[in-house]
Ligand binder design. Sequence first.
Ligand SMILES: Nc1ncnc2c1ncn2[C@@H]1O[C@H](COP(=O)(O)OP(=O)(O)OP(=O)(O)O)[C@@H](O)[C@H]1O
Ligand SMILES: [Mg+2]
Length: 376
Amino acid sequence: MSNILVVDDVAPLAEQYAYDLKRIAGYDVTVATNGAAALDRLRNDSIDCALLDLEMPGMDGFEVLRALKHQGIETPVIVYTGTGNFDRCIEAVRLGAAGFIDKAEPMERVAQEVANAIERHRLRRELWALQRRLGESGLVGRGAAMDRLRDSIARVAGIPSPVLILGESGTGKELVARELHRLGTNPAGPFVVINAAALPEALVESELFGHERGAFTGAASTRKGAFEAAENGTLFLDEIGELPLPVQPKLLRALEQHTVTRLGTSKSIAVNARVIAATHRDLDRLVADGVFREDLLFRLNVHVLRVPPLRERPEDVPLLAARFVDETCTRFGMLPKRLSPEAREALVHHGWQRNNVRELRNVIERSVVATDGETR
Ligand SMILES: Nc1ncnc2c1ncn2[C@@H]1O[C@H](COP(=O)(O)OP(=O)(O)OP(=O)(O)O)[C@@H](O)[C@H]1O
Ligand SMILES: [Mg+2]
């Protein structure tokens, strides 16, 4: 059963409210008659939801909300007011209140509001827990280079500016992009990938910015582009070095003005997507060769993350190898296997010149499958 706290300086009113709420919804309801007592209860007891009066002498409802925020207490709080002052309610929601009600509302509505707030809170916590669990399966590696990379990821994850990820093929650039998204401000938002190298040149622009019906032969219906699809989330532009030159100024405009124009119209649409770009190419070189615009590079390379090649972090190989052995066994429904010490040594000392972590994963997958049935 849920524990509800009613906070009101007028004790008889609070008692009546508590009594009605208990009768109608069956909650366990207790009362606090000032802000300090409420804070104390919220800090120390397991309260599922609080109903908080905004107007109280001494520490008022706003101060309670501020203190909760400050102390990281996430219990959902619904504010209620007898004065019907809307602006104050909205301010309370800005301070973190889960909702507001008028004291005159029927108790059934109040009970419903409380149930909704508890449910929303439960869902949010579940989502966080899942995200954290998923996170554990992300970037593997405990060496100094990976720790530095993790620090850099944490540093830029929360900011809205573009991030450029550089690194050789197979080093984990896409994984880093997903990590940035996961640690960013809206991990529940979309993560949209556009790979400039995998798309025919003629399609890149419409994939990025969308098109109106009839914009070109084959455009049978209006379609949103990746920028719009990534609204309030992340747009990952993989292989940015292969972006066709004619599209580059349009991307620059989208980054600078936060608007896109679908092919076949002149109407601009506001977009809000965090852009992450990646490449294994040397962009300075591409600029010198005249195939990449310098202004776009300057726009992208404010925050750069470099993913080191695997041969520069041999200390990560055992952990990665063990992870890939487990993954392969699970995927192919095999009994769990372990690497022999000799195999592990050989992997650590292999040069990993070509495809880095992807190459390691492939080598392991092949050998795990090849040795299936052998005893070890
Ligand atoms: N640190 C890591 N921990 C666990 N898995 C990793 C790590 N780095 C890379 N991988 C795995 O290696 C493979 C290649 O990674 P990813 O696709 O992110 O590389 P990339 O740099 O984008 O490569 P490319 O340049 O070829 O696109 C993926 O299967 C990825 O999950
Ligand atoms: Mg990639």
